[in-house]
Design a protein. Structure first.
Ligand SMILES: Nc1ncnc2c1ncn2[C@@H]1O[C@H](COP(=O)(O)OP(=O)(O)OP(=O)(O)O)[C@@H](O)[C@H]1O
Ligand SMILES: [Mg+2]
Length: 332
């Protein structure tokens, strides 16, 4: 029997509080998780859920105020220099690089910070650029790259030191569909072929669904649930109900009282003169009861259909509301 493999990331009871003028902000409130080597693991949650805080602690940029975390067996608080040798990270919000040197010099500079021998660095930069479609733009100054190419360079940088574990915070935010897709393909390949572990913080459900082997759904500093996207969706039981309702309106509180309705989201579509409501239901009977409740409130159900669950519905079932509504609700 072979030894059980060392987890790439292990987190137990992780807490992080921030002091503020008012009461302290609890960004992480007891997070525990274990990520296997070679896994693409998603941390999915709405704004303020604690994703960036998690990534910053795991990549040794921030200390936890409670609990512990290990990366490839090294404690992030007690052995940060050992952790740093085996990881790298990139954030889609930063697009970090030195503006007045070329993309290639940027990558070279970072490779030399890691002490990578020149010929190895050259080869790696060439290979990463090729796979990320960056080769043509390598000699361009960083500032002169478009957002998408700057982001490709930032992703290349995150792999230049041959890291075991890569932390990515919203790596495709603000990118067009094609660029986002090629970055995702690259990430999947890095995990599958090169056995790298990738921890991806994102509030993009489609992205997480597309590339993650497992996902932790987080909200308000806590993990609500964890599993493969397929298992999480399957756990919902019945397809979601979609209704187009007229006249358009925002409040569908009557749905909260319908037995078997686990949660709902709604949005107003001005041009079409209606509201779209999506309800997570545990049975077909609950879906019928939800439609009845809307009608009883004096509204017209113009059309309704059922839809296969996505991770959005998983979140709705757990929280009662969607990502967007959760984010709006927290604005004070
Ligand atoms: N330096 C800080 N000082 C005070 N509060 C902070 C600080 N950093 C983060 N927070 C708070 O901690 C909570 C979690 O923030 P975090 O950035 O981890 O969320 P997130 O999930 O990455 O959100 P987003 O999707 O907006 O990036 C938020 O309430 C945030 O306001
Ligand atoms: Mg964030």
């Amino acid at each position: 029997m072979s030894e059980p493999q060392l987890p790439a990331v292990e987190v137990e009871g992780l807490r992080r509080e921030f002091k503020t003028k008012g009461p302290p902000v609890v960004a992480l409130d007891g997070v525990s998780m274990k990520v296997r080597q070679g896994e693409v693991f998603g941390v999915l949650g709405p704004n303020g859920a604690g994703k960036t805080t998690t990534i910053r602690i795991l990549s040794t940029l921030l200390l936890p105020t409670g609990g512990w975390a290990r990366v490839m067996g090294f404690d992030v608080a007690k052995e940060p220099e050992k952790v740093r040798k085996v990881i790298n990270m990139a954030s889609g919000a930063e697009k970090a690089g030195y503006d007045f040197i070329s993309a290639k010099r940027n990558l070279w500079f970072f490779s030399q910070l890691y002490g990578i021998p020149g010929d190895v660095a050259d080869r790696r930069i060439g290979e990463l650029s090729e796979r990320l479609g960056l080769t043509k733009y390598l000699d361009r100054k960083f500032y002169a790259l478009s957002t998408g190419y700057r982001q490709r360079a930032t992703i290349a940088r995150a792999f230049v030191n041959d890291p075991k574990v890569v932390f990515l915070d919203e790596p495709t935010i603000g990118l067009d569909v094609m660029t986002a897709r090629s970055i995702r393909d690259f990430l999947i390949e890095e995990a599958r072929k090169n056995g790298r572990t990738i921890i991806l913080a994102s509030h993009n459900m489609a992205e997480v669904e597309a590339i993650c082997d497992r996902v932790a759904i987080v909200d308000k500093g806590k993990i609500l649930t964890e599993g493969s996207p397929e298992d999480l969706k399957r756990s919902l039981g019945a397809p979601a109900l979609v209704m187009e309702v007229s006249p358009p309106q925002a409040g569908f509180e009557m749905l909260a009282k319908v037995p078997g309705v686990k949660g709902f989201t709604s949005s107003i579509e001005e041009e079409r003169g209606l509201s779209t409501v999506q309800a997570v239901v545990d049975s077909d009977a609950a879906a019928r009861a939800a439609e009845d409740a809307v009608r009883k409130a004096g509204l017209k159900v113009v059309a309704s259909w059922r839809k296969q669950a996505t991770l959005e519905e998983v979140f709705v079932a757990l929280v009662g509301r969607g990502f967007k509504e959760r984010e709006e609700q927290d604005v004070v």
